[in-house]
Design a protein around this ligand. Structure first.
Ligand code: ZN
Length: 143
C-alpha cells in the first residue's frame, strides 16, 4: 500500500510506499526533495496495518476521539513529537470512533492512549495526556 503526500514545492500528489514514510524521497513531477513525514498521519485500519507492518522505524500511535477533551490537550504535543522525530519514527493518529476494531485489538480502554510499535509489535503503551518530551523518549527507547 502507498500513501499520498503532496509535494511542498509543486503541490502534486506523490505516492509514497508505506515502508518509506520516514525516508527522504523525490517528487515525481518536479524532482524536489520530499522530506520524511514530520506530522501525525490519520490512519484507517488498512493504512495502520500497512504502515506498522512495513515500517523500519518505530511507530507512535495516538488513539483518540473527537469528543475527548484530554485528546485535544494532547494533540499539540503529538504534533511536536512528530516534528522532532521526523526521519526516526512515524506518528499515526487512530480515531477510535471510526476505527473501533483497532482500539479493541490493542486493548485501548481509555483515551488518549499512546502505543509504540516496533517491528509490527506493541512495545510500550500508556494512557493519559503526555508531553512531547515523554512521547519522544518512549519512541527513542524503541529505536
Ligand atoms: Zn513537486
Amino acid at each position: 500500500m502507498s500513501l499520498l503526500r503532496s509535494c511542498p514545492a509543486c503541490g502534486r500528489s506523490n505516492r509514497v510506499p508505506a515502508g518509506h514514510l520516514a525516508d527522504v524521497g523525490r517528487c515525481g513531477a518536479c524532482h524536489a526533495q520530499l522530506r520524511p513525514l514530520a506530522e501525525p498521519l490519520d490512519a484507517t485500519e488498512a493504512q495502520f496495518d500497512a504502515i506498522v507492518g512495513a515500517a523500519r522505524v518505530p511507530v507512535l500511535v495516538d488513539f483518540w476521539a473527537p469528543w475527548c477533551g484530554p485528546c485535544r490537550t494532547a494533540a499539540p504535543e503529538v504534533e511536536k513529537a512528530a516534528k522532532a522525530l521526523a526521519g526516526r519514527a512515524i506518528v499515526l493518529k487512530v480515531n477510535t470512533e471510526s476505527q473501533p476494531a483497532l482500539a479493541q485489538r490493542f486493548g485501548v480502554r481509555s483515551i488518549p492512549n499512546f502505543t509504540v510499535f516496533r517491528d509490527g509489535q506493541p512495545v510500550w503503551q500508556q494512557p493519559g495526556v503526555l508531553g512531547h518530551g515523554q512521547l519522544e523518549a518512549a519512541v527513542l527507547r524503541a529505536v
